[in-house]
Design a protein around this ligand. Structure first.
Ligand code: HEM
Length: 186
């Protein structure tokens, strides 16, 4: 996983007729889907310029919420950055969690994510093949709480399917009340 920059970086994911990424599929996992569009622009720190986009999702990178210092070092040692030339596949998975999740205290959420669901440990098994960016949008009034973005080479597609399959079976995912799985290539 790529560490978020220390200061929040605004992101806009713009679906429409232009952009570096071709959208290959859009599949609702839980709740309503997103409208179909042919291409996507992944913008960091730039304002969207596209006329009449089909949809735009906004968010910012943020500080770490749950990882311990030890976990942060472990991730930092192995993670890969975005934009590797061989990483021609991507997944955009916007996620919203339920009011029950947000009513929990920080330590209870950490307990569910890592001690019960092993989210960080499972994820670590797929680094550095899968590069990741976590974009927060709960406090920005959007439709989702998080926009998760992943980049990988075609030979790691099966590994990525395995990873999302394992995470979706966890107790943490019982709190996910909307999830859309968008796949892309460039
Ligand atoms: C590539 C391997 C992965 C690693 C190493 C990883 C690791 C992590 C870590 C460490 C956090 C917590 C960050 C913090 O402390 O604030 C996190 C949060 C999150 N991850 Fe993963 N993850 C991976 C894959 C995935 C996948 C495939 C999905 C979606 C299907 C996903 C969805 C999320 C979401 C939605 C959050 C925010 C949860 C919340 O704050 O409630 N992750 N991930």
């Amino acid at each position: 996983m790529e560490s978020p920059s220390p200061s929040p970086l605004a992101h806009a994911l713009v679906a429409g007729t232009t952009g570096e990424w071709a959208i290959t599929s859009i599949r609702p996992v839980v709740g309503a889907s997103l409208p179909r569009a042919p291409r996507l622009q992944f913008l960091q720190g730039q304002a969207p310029m596209q006329q009449n986009p089909v949809w735009v999702l906004h968010g910012v990178t943020s500080n770490v919420r749950y990882m311990t210092e030890h976990e942060q070092h472990a991730v930092a040692r192995v993670q890969a950055g975005l934009g590797r030339p061989e990483a021609t596949c991507a997944a955009l998975i916007p996620i919203r969690k339920s009011p029950e999740w947000w009513a929990l205290a920080q330590d209870q959420r950490r307990e569910i994510m890592q001690e019960q669901s092993r989210h960080f440990s499972i994820g670590m098994e797929y680094l550095p093949a899968i590069a990741r960016r976590l974009i927060h949008c709960r406090d920005h009034g959007g439709e989702f709480d998080f926009l998760t973005w992943f980049e990988y080479a075609p030979e790691h597609e099966d590994a990525f399917e395995h990873l999302v399959g394992r995470l979706r079976e966890t107790h943490e995912w019982s709190y996910v009340d909307r999830e859309v799985d968008v796949r892309l290539s460039r």
